[in-house]
Design a protein around this ligand. Sequence first.
Ligand code: FE2
Length: 188
Amino acid sequence: MAGNHDRRATLLEVFGGQPCLPVEHGFLHYAVELGGHRLLFLDTLDEGREEGALCPERLGWLLGELDAHPNTPTLVFLHHPPFACGIAGMDTIGLKAPQGLERVIGNSAQVRLMACGHVHRSIFTTWAGKPACICPSPAQQIHLDLSGDAGLRYTLEPGGFLLHQVTADAVVSHVVASVPFLGPYDYD
Ligand SMILES: [Fe+2]
């Protein structure tokens, strides 16, 4: 997915040959069918800006995909979280004007999870009535400061990623460390 540091032309130059990544509509959103689910990847990039955007054209693509497959369980991925996480410096550069997305997601019964990035921390919540999460960075994290006027500072807390285990009953998200650690040890 495109993040705020990316440029679409460069992403297309490197990844444009992937069958899932279309080039005809200008935005880098795409759908993947996997294990009886649909995975929808949104393009929230507003080139040259830190905050994200979903214009009517992009929202229209999402709505069209959801409307075309109302009975297929769906996971939605986007870089910029549409909800505030409490770290002020990050909340000022989240997804702008998320009301349209909130309506689309909230009205789509098939959406099981909304997964974001951007904040460089493991965060879990609900939004638009759906489970929602932010994945950690595999490298540096954003310092956890909920004081309300936090600027952006990095820390070298252990990095990681989220591993989503999807079954008919549940979507279970595991936080997996990306740095070496001791273990496992026998449980006895
Ligand atoms: Fe980002």
